[in-house]
Design a protein around this ligand. Structure first.
Ligand code: ADP
Length: 383
């Protein structure tokens, strides 16, 4: 039977030496939030904020030490830094000096896609300038729309500050491992899903830096058997800080989608997202306006509380495509927060159709990428 005790884990970690202090990482008090359940082990190694990126070998060594123990199916180890509280949406953590090095996008043979997720043909990030705009709701319904159109779809929750995909996808429990090496992705509504929410208790407070988010994310890509997928949708952490930039740089994204509400469509927030992806050469597939207008559940009347339509105009101005608008409607909140997203629970509803139409546009762009239009900014066409 799978299983390992905390003591066995700590004993194995005593063999791992912190290069800075010369002490083992247990005695140095660096192990935080150790959790173990049915052979799945997760913990963080607390490191100095400035040393995060350089300590990847230490993280790996700790992970391997635990992984080698008998009874361990998976080991998820992340680096964390004790930063002043700064949650999602409250602004980015301090940028790392110079930022992480750029990477090759586009999944060249043997490149990052092949190494991380060999069977995944394309990866689309869903991002927002700040929290609470409906990014996760959009990512979930978009993924379900892609699946409804017959594409094999995965959904990866990179929003490790507040992973909401387990709840929205109506999945509880923890992933297991059929081969004893990689985790099986969780699955519901025909979509494979992975989230830190399956591995770490919901109320575990963790403050992550860009490179640390990246190492957790890489594990969710590399150590999960995703199988063959046409498309993977990534629910990005909200905002445009260091963590998001690192993902945009390191994950071989086919493209990115920005979700925005009309009121921040004077759009400084959405624009920041756009600029971030452009800076690292990731094509922006388009903008989705969420909570675009209000559908009154009582009278059925539509009211445009936040000057609806701003996103379409702004998208045009910025030279990116407008992918569609989704109203503010209680039914969208109830279904997504209740684990029955509207695309599957009310597939014939107007909103589900809107999400599916957006999914079709996104698929079209995945299959027929335009030149580098969206990465290079608006083009001037002289007729
Ligand atoms: P984010 O990922 O941007 O933080 P969420 O997707 O978690 O945002 O959405 C925040 C809240 O708003 C959730 O309770 C969600 O159900 C609700 N919500 C999202 N989009 C809509 C919408 N179009 N209409 C009504 N409620 C929505």
């Amino acid at each position: 039977m799978a299983g390992v005790s905390e003591q066995q884990i700590l004993d194995s970690l005593k063999e791992v030496i912190d290069p800075d202090s010369g002490k083992d990482i247990v005695s140095a008090g660096m192990i935080k939030g150790l959790q173990t359940k049915d052979g799945h082990v997760a913990f963080a190694i607390e490191v100095d904020q400035d040393k995060g990126a350089g300590l990847e070998p230490l993280r790996k060594e700790a992970e391997e030490a635990v992984h080698d123990l008998s009874g361990v199916i998976s080991a998820t180890v992340v680096l964390t830094a004790d930063l002043p509280a700064q949650g999602p949406g409250q602004g980015p953590p301090p940028p790392s000096p110079g930022g992480p090095p750029p990477v090759d996008h586009g999944g060249a043979p043997g490149g990052p896609t092949a190494a991380l997720m060999p069977g995944v043909a394309s990866i689309v990030a869903v991002a927002s300038g700040k929290g609470g705009v409906g990014k996760s709701t959009t990512a979930v319904n978009l993924a379900l729309g892609l699946a409804a159109a017959g594409h094999k779809t995965g959904l990866l929750d990179a929003d490790i500050y507040g992973p909401s995909l387990p709840r929205m996808m109506g999945i509880t429990g923890q992933p297991s491992s059929s081969d004893g090496t990689t985790l099986d992705a969780m699955e519901n509504y025909g979509i494979k899903v992975m989230s830190m929410g399956f591995l770490v208790e919901e109320d575990t407070p963790m403050i992550w830096r860009g490179p640390m988010v990246q190492s957790a994310l890489e594990q969710m890509m590399r150590d999960v058997s995703w199988g063959e997928l046409d498309v993977m949708v990534i629910d990005m952490p909200p905002g445009t800080g260091d963590a998001q930039l690192t993902i945009a740089q390191r994950v071989p994204l086919t493209g990115a989608i920005i979700v925005s509400t009309p009121q921040d469509i004077a759009l400084m927030d959405a624009r920041k997202g756009l600029n971030m992806f452009r800076k690292v050469g990731v094509p922006v597939l388009g903008l989705i306006e969420n909570m675009s207008y209000f559908n009154c559940p009582k009278c059925g009347e539509r009211s445009e509380i936040f000057s609806h339509g701003g996103a379409r105009i702004e998208a045009e101005r910025l030279g990116i495509d407008f992918l569609g608008e989704i109203p503010l409607d209680i039914i969208i909140r109830e279904t997504s927060d209740g684990g029955r997203p509207i695309v599957v629970s009310e597939p014939e509803s107007e909103h589900a159709k809107a999400y599916r139409a957006i999914a079709d546009k996104v698929w079209e762009k995945i299959e027929h990428p335009l030149s580098d239009e969206a990465t290079s900014g608006p083009k001037i066409v002289i007729q």
